[in-house]
Write a protein that binds this ligand. Structure first.
Ligand SMILES: NC(=O)c1ccc[n+]([C@@H]2O[C@H](COP(=O)([O-])OP(=O)(O)OC[C@H]3O[C@@H](n4cnc5c(N)ncnc54)[C@H](O)[C@@H]3O)[C@@H](O)[C@H]2O)c1
Ligand SMILES: [Fe+2]
Length: 401
């Protein structure tokens, strides 16, 4: 990257992140506790809303996870319409179908239940409802929605994306395979239901990948260049909680206390990254999701340690501190050794949860992956180290089979 571009990006990010201090950040109100899912319909009713649009994926519908919500909606006398065309790495074509059904059903608010894919599908539908003349493509990027979306209630059933508190909806164009985010303050749900019971049946693979997604949010956010104190503390809490609990829930999904820790850590990690941005891990991971359908958390789990190694000494002080907080360091170690202890823990978690792998990346896709990843990082993130195209190529080659 030439020196003028570097200076321009640094100045732009500095000014942009100062501007973020003026923005109206909010988090959703929480409905909390085991079984709290069934309290939501009464809350919807209290708010004077009816005609609910429920967005959930077929996986959790098949498991019967959404049934208690349907029962509670009926009990509260609320009419609802179900939209279940939700896929991992949500596609724009499906979102458009959802927009059509929302309008046909005269719905007035949205309840979304599931992982990031369901929550992001719902957010994108909401954005298109209030911006009927703008395509999803035009809404992509920063602050393009600019209008209150229909009241949105989110019920996360994975502990990973934090989408229940973020400004993002991540979507994929099924023709170009470009995966990108719509980011707007109006996409933060009004309410989030934090019910650990819902995550109890998550299979070990989804538990591991989504848990590593949350860890990636917190670590990447923490490493960015302008992190307000409050968010530093939230990131530290999330990171320590995930390191202490992700393997527990991977090995024993029924450990409800650990499930609760993970659900709240994921929420905190979401609050952090949505406020301060990310680094290069997510931009690279998004290309793997868009082009090859790699589950989001798995892509992050693999890319994270490579990036942490690549960023080098500039991040060591922060990583060493995380190592100390998580109890991974020994007395007498210097900063570089402590930072390495933290990175080694990420490698170890990946290995022990069977996530280490190389991806079948096509040689001809690499230039496009670099372009998309650079575009995402350079347009939104105050990264700790500016990487050039060659650096991104090096990282991509490390994860290529
Ligand atoms: N909006 C954001 O802020 C944000 C942040 C990170 C990631 N994302 C996006 O979220 C998507 C990934 O979401 P995800 O990782 O939560 O996975 P997901 O929503 O794609 O779900 C993965 C699988 O887990 C199943 N599942 C979900 N909950 C379950 C449960 N409780 N029990 C059993 N099975 C269950 C689903 O049916 C699905 O098959 C990606 O598209 C990613 O880019 C969004
Ligand atoms: Fe993520």
């Amino acid at each position: 990257m030439n020196v003028f571009k570097k200076i321009w990006l640094r100045v732009f990010m500095f000014v942009f992140y100062k501007f973020t201090y003026l923005m109206k950040w909010r988090t959703p109100e929480l409905i909390e506790g085991n079984g709290s899912l069934t309290k939501l319909p009464e809350k919807v009713k209290e708010l004077g809303l009816d005609d609910v649009f429920v967005v959930a994926d077929k996986g959790i519908l098949g498991l019967g996870l959404v049934d208690p919500l349907f029962d509670a909606l009926k009990k509260a006398g609320l009419r609802y319409t179900l939209f279940d065309k939700v896929e991992p790495n949500p596609k724009i074509v499906d979102i458009e179908e959802g927009v059509k059904l929302y309008k046909e059903s005269n719905s007035k608010c949205i309840i979304t239940m599931g992982g990031g894919s369901a929550m992001d599908t719902a957010k994108a539908i909401g954005a298109r409802i209030v911006r009927p003349n703008k395509s999803i493509e035009q809404l992509g990027g920063l602050l393009k929605v600019g209008k209150k979306i229909p009241p949105l209630f989110a019920i996360p059933t994975t502990a990973g994306t934090g989408s229940e508190t973020t400004i993002a909806s991540v979507v994929t164009n099924s023709e170009t395979h470009h995966k990108y985010a719509i980011n707007d303050l109006h996409l933060v749900p009004e309410y989030a239901v934090m019910d650990p019971l819902l995550t109890k049946g998550l299979p070990p693979y989804v538990t591991a990948t989504t848990g590593m997604d949350a860890l990636t949010h917190a670590v990447e956010g923490y490493l960015t260049c302008d992190v307000p104190k409050k968010y530093k503390a939230l990131a530290e809490e999330a990171i320590v909680a995930i390191i202490n609990n992700v393997e527990k829930v991977f090995k024993n999904g029924a450990d409800l206390e650990a499930r609760k820790e993970m659900l709240y850590a994921s929420f905190k990690a979401g609050a952090v990254f949505t406020r301060v941005g990310l680094t290069y891990v997510h931009p690279i991971a998004h290309t793997l999701g868009g082009l090859y359908g790699v589950p989001h958390g798995h892509a992050n789990a693999v890319v994270l340690p490579y990036c942490l190694e690549y960023y080098g000494k500039k991040c060591h002080k922060k990583l060493a501190h995380l190592g100390d907080l998580a109890g991974l360091t020994k007395e007498g170690q210097n900063i570089d050794e402590k930072a390495q202890a933290f990175i080694d823990e990420v490698w170890r978690l990946d290995k022990d949860m069977n996530l280490l792998k190389k991806f079948d990346i096509k040689e001809e896709d690499i230039p496009q992956m670099i372009k998309w990843a650079q575009h995402e990082a350079n347009s939104a993130y105050f990264v700790p180290v500016l990487l050039g195209d060659k650096d991104l190529e090096n990282i991509i080659r490390e994860i290529k089979a």
